[in-house]
Design a protein around this ligand. Structure first.
Ligand SMILES: [Zn+2]
Length: 369
């Protein structure tokens, strides 16, 4: 039951694609004009993950239908939707198999549900794949060639961009660098393994380690933060580190060191010479990048350390929605032979933001070393 207009020959100039990034706290939506490589409109919704998949899908469907109407009023026909979602995704069927940060999302046919509601093709991706593809096309990944994308946030997501494509791997499971072992006898990760990168470099573990150290009476300015849920977070620890707090600095040293070990392993295994750091922890870049480079230099013994680039993501919230939109374009093109605009020539400024909540939209911009 596809939209009657979707199958017709439309001018490329009037075709638009919606990119969606479903995260644990917010859903970011962008209406993209692929032919001009520009964002026409941005929206942001609260995910309210605890309400479960049905409630989220209802809110999302309403928002997408409304955006489509707005697009039409402005002369654009939405021909596809790309959705990046945290978790393990069956790309072929558009099914969210599991999603650690979205309670109840097990075998959810997200693509099918949205297609039925909207009547246009919907393509579902892993959220970090979308973010890294967006950065590859238009952001910090533009000049990197092949790279490993690492997105430490609540967990640690990952993505491999190889030959200009997301390397999916068998069962769509490639790039899960967050669950590679950094400390063989380290803490037990949610995945069941011990000493995963996620237990050393994610924001949630950063907070947990800070709380552990404070409970042992280790001196830190952070001991003044109220001991209640939501009292201590990664941003506070970052600020403390930047103000010289030794305990906070030690925690970020661990983050940088662990990321470096993971990156060195990828460099040695795959011959990839670049890494891109995205996700919420990229906001803490200044607090860990020194340790990261020092450790990387120690670990890279087979090739010159100076041959390896590590950059910080640039596009912030736009990366996931843009990546989802363009991945949808390329998948629609594979399916139908329809257009597939791409290429590393997206040029901001993007159109006016319409976000209703910009409070955490400041990630990922700025210096890369
Ligand atoms: Zn793990």
């Amino acid at each position: 039951m596809l939209d009657s207009r979707a199958g017709e020959e439309l001018d490329r100039e009037s075709q638009a694609v919606i990119g969606v990034d479903i995260g644990g706290t917010h859903i970011k939506i962008a209406l993209v004009d692929p032919s001009q490589k520009r964002v026409l409109r941005r929206d942001r919704l609260k995910t309210s993950a605890d309400r479960g998949p049905d409630a989220i899908l209802t809110v999302l469907t309403t928002a997408l239908a409304e955006l489509r109407l707005q697009a039409r009023k402005n002369g654009f026909f939405v021909v596809a939707v790309g959705v990046g979602c945290a978790g393990l995704i069956d790309l072929a069927r558009g099914v969210v198999l599991t999603s650690p940060n979205l309670p109840g999302w097990v075998n959810i046919p997200l693509g099918q549900r949205l297609e039925q509601a909207l009547g246009i093709p919907v393509f579902v991706e892993n959220d970090v794949d979308s973010i890294c593809y967006g950065e590859y096309l238009f952001g910090a990944g533009r000049d990197l060639g092949d790279f490993i994308g690492i997105a430490p946030g609540t967990g640690v997501g990952g993505c491999l961009i190889v030959n200009g494509k997301v390397w999916e791997g068998q069962g769509y499971s490639a790039g899960e660098i967050g669950h590679t072992t950094i400390q063989p006898d380290g803490d037990r990760c949610l995945c069941g393994n011990h000493g995963c990168l996620e237990t050393l470099a994610s924001a949630s573990w950063l907070v947990r380690r800070a709380e552990e150290r404070l409970s042992k009476g280790i001196s830190s300015n952070l001991s003044q933060v109220p001991d209640r849920p939501g009292g201590l977070d990664a941003e506070l620890i970052y600020r403390a580190a930047m103000h010289g707090d030794k305990m906070a600095q030690g925690l970020f040293h661990l983050v940088g060191r662990s990321l470096a070990i993971a990156i060195a392993n990828v460099v040695n295994l795959l011959g990839i010479r670049s890494a891109l750091i995205a996700g919420g922890m990229a906001n803490g870049w200044d607090a860990f990048v020194g340790s990261l480079h020092a450790e990387l230099e120690r670990r890279l013994t087979m090739i010159p350390y100076t041959d390896v680039r590590v950059v910080k993501a640039q596009l912030g919230d736009d990366a996931g929605a843009l990546g989802s939109a363009y991945l949808a374009c390329s998948r629609e093109a594979l399916k139908t032979g329809n257009w597939c605009p791409s290429g590393n020539s997206f040029s901001p400024p993007m159109a006016t933001a319409t976000s209703s909540d910009e409070s955490d939209g400041k990630e990922g911009r700025g210096n890369d070393k």
